[in-house]
Each structure stands twice: as structure tokens, then as C-alpha cells.
Design a protein around this ligand. Sequence first.
Ligand SMILES: Cc1cc2nc3c(=O)[nH]c(=O)nc-3n(C[C@H](O)[C@H](O)[C@H](O)COP(=O)(O)OP(=O)(O)OC[C@H]3O[C@@H](n4cnc5c(N)ncnc54)[C@H](O)[C@@H]3O)c2cc1C
Length: 337
Amino acid sequence: MKKVAIIGSGVAGLACARRLAADPSLKITIFDKGRHPGGRLASRDRDHNQFDYGAQYFTARSMEFKSVVSRMIEVGAVKIWNGRFGRMTSSGIMDEDSQEARYVGVPCMRSLAEAQARDLAGVLDLRQHHKVTEIEKVSGFWTLSGEMTGGEKAAPFEENEFDCLVITVPPVQAAELWRNQEKTLEGSVLSPCIATMFSFDSPLPVEYDGIRIDDPVLAWAARDSSKPGRPAGERWVLHANPEWSQENISLSEQETLDALLARFFHLLEVDAVAPSFSRYHRWRYALVTRALEAQFLIDKENEPILAFCGDYCEGARVEAAFLSGHTLAEKLLDDQA
Ligand SMILES: Cc1cc2nc3c(=O)[nH]c(=O)nc-3n(C[C@H](O)[C@H](O)[C@H](O)COP(=O)(O)OP(=O)(O)OC[C@H]3O[C@@H](n4cnc5c(N)ncnc54)[C@H](O)[C@@H]3O)c2cc1C
């Protein structure tokens, strides 16, 4: 194992690269179709209407992840979100009792991924805007082909022969790349989530900064502007619940925005106010509702090595994605020792 390719620069792909980088003899390349690293650690930060529209915050329970989070705090890419958190049911809102620290990327969630990529500069060849559409074995190596996204002119997929390939994309997309593992990958399920973003000219009269909601329409509401290191303003992110998201995935943007905002005002008993900015994002594969219950997957029938990792192996959390990538890398390093 000398040259390793990883498809996906989300949490799992970066965790895998970070651990593999302990072996300086390895050349590690990540291909990702997106503009920025981070995957579902996604943020809109083009102007002051800045939002985290994927993962909202994360917790750290394992020693391995705690140590990465400490490093990210040290470089200023992560802080604790000291908001007020509640849970809303049909009987009203109550404060959440969990005292666990809720961490966020600074100045946006994606910063966690960007800081990790910066830490690996010089070791990692990170190729954003590379959408992989096919993988194949040629003369004992993996080769990848695909297309450049984002209108880049550069020649795609150069220097493209690898002794080891790690796929970290969500399972349905992973199965499209490698049909042999379709049955196993189908053991996990990711539900969709429609995320909406709203800016307001003045603060809304809501006492909470993050609210988990048991409701047929909404699952989560967050005052995004209350997170540390964000631009001033009043900005809210609302997530529809998985069932509503599934049923309404084809609704127009305006209809979706109207429906979720109206529901939010109704549930919080707030007078309706027109937002100064609004957007939506439809996640087809957002949250793991059934995990594989394996930390990672290695396709034993393949030489050179083919492996899979991602949150879908362990659960719907940033830390699960990290641990999946990290433990896979440990296994690969052990196997070649
Ligand atoms: C709306 C939402 C809210 C969430 N809230 C929370 C939360 O509050 N707390 C929490 O802990 N977790 C939360 N999560 C879950 C968390 O974001 C994920 O568990 C974690 O980010 C998954 O990381 P990953 O690396 O496994 O996958 P991903 O982040 O999906 O990474 C996969 C990467 O592969 C790339 N890719 C896909 N196909 C290709 C291809 N063909 N070629 C090249 N690249 C490709 C993608 O661009 C992406 O960057 C949330 C997720 C969503 C969507």
C-alpha cells in the first residue's frame, strides 16, 4: 500500500486521511465532487447571510475524537456553542437536560473540515470538484474516472493509479460505484432532510437557540446567529422531519419555505414576520436511521484493497463518521505493518 485514494472529503474521508498520514511513505489523494471539503458539514458563507445547513453541532465522546477537537479548538476552528437548548413536544418546550458540550466549527461548521485539510497540507493531495463516476481495476491498480464539477478547465483525474481505494460517500452512491457490495451497503438507511434558512431584520421573541421538535413537519429549529464567531444578525435554520421531507422533496422552494416558516411561527406562537433572506437545501441522504453496525467495510474479494467507511457504518453523528474513517485507517496501517 503506497498510494491511497479516498473518495469524499467529508468527516470520514478526512479522518481516514489524517490517520493514514502517520505513515509518511503513503501518498494520499482525496477526490470530492464538492467545492469545499466537509460534505454534510455544510455551510453557506458567501455573504452575511451565513448558515450551517447540514450538521448543526457535534459532541465528542471518544478519546480519539476528543483529541482532534482539542487540536481544532487550539487553532481556533472549533468552539463550544453556549446556547439555550430546548425540546418541544405537544405539551410545550422544556430545557434539554444534557450538559454535554455542543461544539461548532468557527466561523462556520465547514471550518472544522477546512482546518483539518490545512493540517494535512503537504501530505494530502486534496482534489475538490472531482466527481468520480467509475472505478475500475487496471493492471493491479485502482483507477478512477469522472468529471470536473464547477466548470473547472483543469484536466481531470491525472496521476491516477492507486494500491488502495477508500469510498466514503453515502451508501446508495457507494453502491452505484461498486455493485458487488450493494447488498451489504443496503443494510444501512439514510433519511432525507429539507433544510431551510431565514434571515430577519430584528430578533425574534424566542428564548431558545436550538430546539428539538416532535412534530409532523418540523424536527429542529436553530438560531444560527447565536453560534460563536458568526456575523451579527438574526438567522434561523429550520429542518423538516424525515417523513415530511420525503413526502415533500419535490415541492418548489417557495412553497417549502412558506410551509416550514409558517409551522415554526405557529408552534412557537410568534407573530409572522417576513424574512429578509431565505433559501432551502434538499438533502436526499441526510441522517442515518439504520446503521450497518460495523465500523467499516473491507471488500475481501479485492486486491488491491477496496474499503468503505462513513457515518452509515455506525450512526447519525459527526463523531460516528470520524470514528469510521479513523478505525479503518488504523486497520489498514496494522495490516501492512
Ligand atoms: C441536515 C443535517 C443535519 C445534521 N445534524 C447533525 C448534528 O447536529 N450533529 C451531528 O453529529 N451530525 C449531524 N448530521 C450528520 C453529519 O453531518 C454526518 O453524520 C457526517 O457529516 C457524515 O460524514 P461522512 O464523511 O460520513 O459523509 P459526507 O459528509 O456525506 O461525505 C461524503 C463526501 O463524498 C462526496 N461525494 C459523494 N459522491 C461523490 C462522488 N461520486 N465523487 C466524489 N465525491 C463524492 C460528497 O461531496 C461529500 O463531501 C447532520 C446531517 C445533515 C444532512
